[in-house]
Design a protein around this ligand. Structure first.
Ligand SMILES: NC(=O)c1ccc[n+]([C@@H]2O[C@H](COP(=O)([O-])OP(=O)(O)OC[C@H]3O[C@@H](n4cnc5c(N)ncnc54)[C@H](O)[C@@H]3O)[C@@H](O)[C@H]2O)c1
Length: 394
């Protein structure tokens, strides 16, 4: 950790500029590399704007902001940008071939001891590591958007990542002000997204099968849980295309997982939510509003805890597979999704025997629907703990 002085960030886009800013404020010399001067300039401009704003609000001293700007240099040349780096963080577009080629080139040009990290959300870190001759020094370092604000960083091992590499990455995440968690295997969705995305697909299946309407499910979340947007309102806000791609990703990686037909239909009809004026609901002004079809009466129909059961089952699977500790999987969900508690805490509070019972009921009702049995069948570890009267937390 003490040897790390110089960090190179590849990509000056949404994530790269934010990550570079964090590193510069923490005292590292930062090189930002992008493929065109205008992209580099735009990233650096955003860092300056952000630091000026933080300084004017008194969140950081003006001299700290100025010193951070002074530690940033830029480059268009990949080899040049990494030749003195101790740690590289890649935040270029989500295309595996591009990332593999980049890792190969960086491996040839960067100092031997340098650690090479990727901020990928979904691609195989293993395949990036295998494109290099230093796979023990390749690791996932997954920031959340916007990196300046979101506290979570997932530190992901691929099979060849050394403990030292992961530990240095963890310490670096702390040094730049984040709260890291370990994800010990290179699995689809890592921790936070792996737990929190399938419940949305489960709900979308219930709508696809016309068991509930989106307004009934969201009214429950809104009026009973105080959730401002509900699941479908949030999907409309973020963009149906974004949600669709995430669910399609799980479908490809984890059969029998299947994207809900309603998402596929909206995506194909280009009803992408707020930005197109129509998704699950209509938005005449193309800005988000509480859908007029939500009501307190509709909020009585759906059990708001159903989708949380899916999330609990996924969190249990992560722990059972030795991918993360109970504390880390909960911390990832809390910090990654701004939740007041983690899913295993929720399971303990509900009582594990109740969770098993609820999942069994859901499985009985909906388990025949394409791919849902795998999400609803209570995980053996959950059953075992429930039977033994145990909890996840002491
Ligand atoms: N945006 C998010 O919410 C988010 C969250 C977590 C992780 N990620 C991941 O972070 C990575 C970057 O995402 P983003 O949203 O910042 O993308 P972005 O499109 O905003 O930025 C990518 C930048 O990389 C540049 N680039 C392209 N090829 C390059 C190369 N060979 N070398 C250097 N720069 C190159 C592009 O010009 C662009 O400026 C992706 O892997 C993405 O999956 C994104």
């Amino acid at each position: 950790m003490e040897d790390i002085k110089n960090i190179t960030v590849l990509g000056a886009g949404a994530m790269g500029h934010g990550i570079a800013q964090l590193c510069a404020v923490a005292g590292y010399n930062v090189v930002i590399r992008d493929i065109k001067q205008e992209f580099v300039d735009s990233g650096v401009g955003k860092i300056k704007w952000s630091l000026d704003k933080l300084a004017s609000k008194g969140k950081i001293p003006a001299d700290v902001a100025e010193a951070a700007m002074g530690r940033i240099t830029t480059s268009l040349d990949l080899k040049e940008s990494v030749k003195n780096c101790d740690f590289m963080i890649e935040a270029i577009p989500e295309i595996l071939k591009l990332k593999q080629d980049t890792f190969k080139e960086v491996d040839a040009a960067a100092p031997k001891q340098a650690i090479l990290a990727t901020n990928t959300s979904a691609l195989s870190i293993t395949e990036m590591a295998n494109a290099t001759k230093r796979p023990a020094q390749v690791v996932g370092m997954h920031f959340f958007n916007p990196p300046q604000m979101m506290r979570l960083v997932e530190v992901i091992y691929q099979p060849k990542t050394s403990k030292e590499t992961a530990e240095v990455t963890y310490q670096l995440a702390k040094k730049v002000g984040k709260e890291p968690v370990y994800c010990k295997k290179d699995i689809p969705g890592f921790l936070a997204n792996r737990v929190m995305n399938p419940p949305g697909n489960f709900l979308a299946w219930l709508v696809s099968e016309k068991i509930y309407t989106a307004a009934e499910i969201d009214s429950t979340a809104h009026f009973k849980l105080g959730n401002p947007m509900g699941s479908f309102g949030l999907m409309d806000y973020v963009g149906i295309d974004v949600g669709y791609h995430v669910q399609k990703f799980f479908e490809e990686k984890e059969p029998p997982y299947k994207v809900a037909p309603i998402l596929e239909e909206l995506f194909k009809k280009k009803q992408l939510g707020v930005k197109t004026g129509k998704g699950f609901y209509e938005y005449p002004e193309k800005t988000w509003r509480v859908p007029p079809e939500w009501s307190k009466e509709k909020a009585e129909k759906f059990d708001p805890l159903s989708s949380a059961m899916v999330a609990i089952n996924r969190a249990v699977q992560i722990v059972a597979d030795g991918v993360a500790s109970v504390e880390d999987v909960d911390k990832a969900v809390q910090l990654g999704f701004n939740m007041p508690f983690g899913m295993l805490q929720l399971a303990d509070n509900q009582g594990l025997d109740n969770v098993v019972k609820k999942l069994e009921e859901l499985d009985k009702k909906y388990g025949k629907i394409d791919g849902l049995h795998a999400l609803l069948d209570p995980h053996p570890l959950l059953r075992k703990k429930a039977k033994a009267g145990e909890k996840f937390y002491k």
